[in-house]
Design a protein around this ligand. Structure first.
Ligand code: GDP
Length: 212
């Protein structure tokens, strides 16, 4: 087996093992003790974040979908491995069409405070819908990540929803933009929770981010 296959196999095993919901943190005071590295998932609401977390972990209902603005302004923590290896963090979705201003403000404070005060946070995966590419709300998060000097990686979701040529195009555009951001990883992974494309690679990327 070559090195890439080894990494993919190690990540597969880890994600097939114990994964348990730890807690929700609607405010910083509810964050768990920073006793393990963390990898967080962020993206616009409806980007496919819950589906991707469920596909990564091979579980149907690890992350619950909630499209109700106001109910999703919390960070959800999941313990991976027994003994604990790292934590997955489901960040609140953003960019609701009808989000009231104070909700956006709450999101900004919660996310910014978390990003700036969390040395165990190893990487954020910023999910981007393959049909839409990057939007200004995504760029706002990317700027927050650059300023907080938190390493992040862009991940395309729902790759099965676009033609191969369109996927190549959006991929190239997103890579181009990632290169202009100091804290962004230059490689972009395309995934489909529905068909499984890119899921083993994303598992390996998550494992890399907590071990490198
Ligand atoms: P969230 O709001 O970001 O958690 O998004 P969800 O995971 O709830 O997904 C939003 C919608 O997109 C749902 O109707 C999903 O079934 C659909 N969806 C998510 N991932 C995929 C995918 O990889 N392929 C396709 N075709 N649909 C997807």
């Amino acid at each position: 087996m070559d090195e890439v296959e080894d990494r993919i196999e190690a990540a597969r095993k880890l994600f097939a093992g114990p994964i348990a919901f730890l807690r929700s943190a609607p405010e910083l005071k509810f964050l768990p003790e920073p006793t393990a590295p963390e990898v967080a998932f962020a993206g616009r609401s409806n980007v496919g974040k819950s589906s991707l977390l469920n596909a990564l972990t091979g579980r149907n209902s690890l992350a619950r979908t909630s499209n109700t603005p106001g109910r999703t302004q919390e960070l959800n923590f999941f313990d991976v491995g027994d003994p604990l290896q790292f934590r997955l963090v489901d960040m609140p979705g953003y960019g609701f069409a009808k989000a009231p201003k104070d909700l956006m403000r709450k999101w900004r404070y919660l996310v910014n405070d978390y990003l700036r005060g969390r040395p165990v946070l190893k990487r954020v995966l910023v999910l981007v819908d393959s049909r839409h590419g990057l939007k200004d709300v995504d760029r706002e998060l990317m700027d927050m990540l650059d300023k907080a000097a938190v390493s992040y990686r862009l991940v395309l979701t729902k790759s099965d929803k676009v033609k191969a040529s369109e996927l190549a195009e959006v991929h190239a555009r997103v890579v181009d933009e990632a290169r202009k951001h100091p804290a962004a990883h230059p490689h972009v992974i395309a995934t489909s929770s529905e068909k499984g494309g890119g899921i083993p690679e994303l598992r390996a990327a998550v494992l890399d981010s907590v071990t490198e």
